[in-house]
Design a protein around this ligand. Structure first.
Ligand SMILES: C[S@@+](CC[C@H](N)C(=O)[O-])C[C@H]1O[C@@H](n2cnc3c(N)ncnc32)[C@H](O)[C@@H]1O
Length: 371
């Protein structure tokens, strides 16, 4: 395998967000992305892998599928894993590790499968195995078919590199970007998150408005692979498409600690000018200038039944304020149950599928422009 070879590239996302991720990938010029359960597949080479990690906001990680073969017992797995051209993929001086998943297969012990593949790679390549290795080889054995992939991202891609301060229930940047997209946000209008927590929606929206690459501030596992071309990567990273944003992105929260966190996160992202945060309770919010635009938020969900009932007045108050003061604005509300969303009294469009998030299933409820 060389840097010119084409192979299957898998971009992972939460179930329920595959279609919207495919839309983003297509919009950014990748060829024929196809939504599949849990992600999007496309064909490409290493430059597409690097570009996907650098450009795509919605993917949780990018996997390069490097080999597929049948294996019905461990000795066969070992023999076939040894035929993969590891020296053209991995570096002998960089530690690696293997994770395996088995389902509906004669090889059913994931630990044993991972160990066999680790040994095969170590003996053919000479690279050390380490549980903390930056390079991860993933093996998926399904119906006796083994697919080997390299995790080219390393740290999950929602870690953009600017969020050090987090609140207890942070929204992942990757999901936030896809929810913004589902609300029709393209960077051309103001955004307000009136329960902004650590500022995820606001900073993500400001990056979209300023056309900043989501991966600009971090490193990736592909930098440690044998296929890495540092010069080509430097050229790719140097292409800046940044523009002055059409509108500012705003966040408020009743908690002064959340405002301090959001401001610190925005400063690390280099977006102090493009964002504005202030302390306010829901009953105090007003539409920011330059609207109408988009209000997007994930209010507290309440993990237990009693807690959820106690949240009904908050959702009612939120809906009341938006209906009274935000004529012409659209709303995107993430809620864990329909009862809470409908307590707002907002005129929601039919919702999309629920998405797993922090042990719950959350649904994006959207409105058209409020009357
Ligand atoms: C689930 S968190 C939002 C997380 C945020 N999207 C993020 O990614 O960090 C809910 C936020 O709502 C805020 N909040 C709760 N009640 C509020 C109220 N009445 N007015 C304003 N903010 C409120 C909390 O302080 C908390 O930061």
């Amino acid at each position: 395998m060389t840097t010119e070879t084409e192979f299957e590239i898998f971009l992972a996302t939460a179930p329920g967000l595959e279609e919207v991720l495919a839309e983003e990938v297509r919009g950014k010029g990748f060829r024929r992305p196809k939504p599949v359960p849990g992600g999007v597949v496309l064909r490409g080479g290493w430059p597409e892998v690097w570009r996907a990690n650098l450009w795509i906001r919605g993917a949780g990680r990018v996997l390069a599928r490097i080999a597929t073969f049948h294996a019905v017992h461990l000795a066969q797995l070992d023999a076939r894993a040894r035929r993969v051209p590891w020296a053209s993929l991995l570096r002998p001086d960089v530690p690696f590790r293997v994770e395996a998943d088995c389902s509906a297969s004669r090889i059913y012990h994931s630990g044993a499968a991972a160990e066999r593949i680790e040994t095969a790679i170590r003996e053919t390549l000479g690279a050390p195995v380490s549980p903390e290795a930056p390079v991860l080889v993933r093996a998926r054995i399904e119906h006796d078919l083994c697919t080997l992939s390299l995790d080219t991202s390393g740290e999950p891609l929602h870690k953009r590199g600017w969020k050090q301060a987090v609140n207890p229930a942070p929204m992942r940047e990757t999901m936030a970007s896809l929810f913004l997209r589902q609300c029709g946000y393209d960077g051309g209008e103001p955004v307000l998150d009136p329960m902004c927590g650590a500022g995820t929606f606001v900073i993500e929206a400001a990056e979209i408005a300023a056309r900043l690459n989501p991966g600009r501030m971090r490193h990736f596992a592909f930098e440690q692979l044998a296929t890495f071309d540092a010069e080509a990567w430097a050229r790719m990273r140097a292409v800046q498409r940044a523009r002055p944003p059409a509108a500012r992105c705003h966040g408020s929260d009743r908690d002064p600690g959340a405002i301090a966190m959001s401001q610190a996160n925005a400063a690390r992202a280099g977006l102090t000018e493009e964002t504005e945060f202030h302390q306010a309770t829901i009953s105090e919010i007003e539409p920011p200038e330059g609207g109408p635009g988009l209000v997007i938020l994930n209010p507290p969900y309440g993990s237990r039944l009693g807690e959820r009932a106690a949240l009904l007045p908050l959702y009612r108050a939120l809906g009341g304020v938006l209906l009274r003061r935000f004529a012409g604005w659209r709303v995107g509300l993430l809620a864990s149950e329909p009862r809470l969303a409908h307590a707002t009294g907002l005129p929601f469009l039919p919702p999309g599928p629920p998405v797993p998030h922090g042990g719950l299933r959350i649904t994006l409820y959207r409105t058209g422009p409020l009357g």
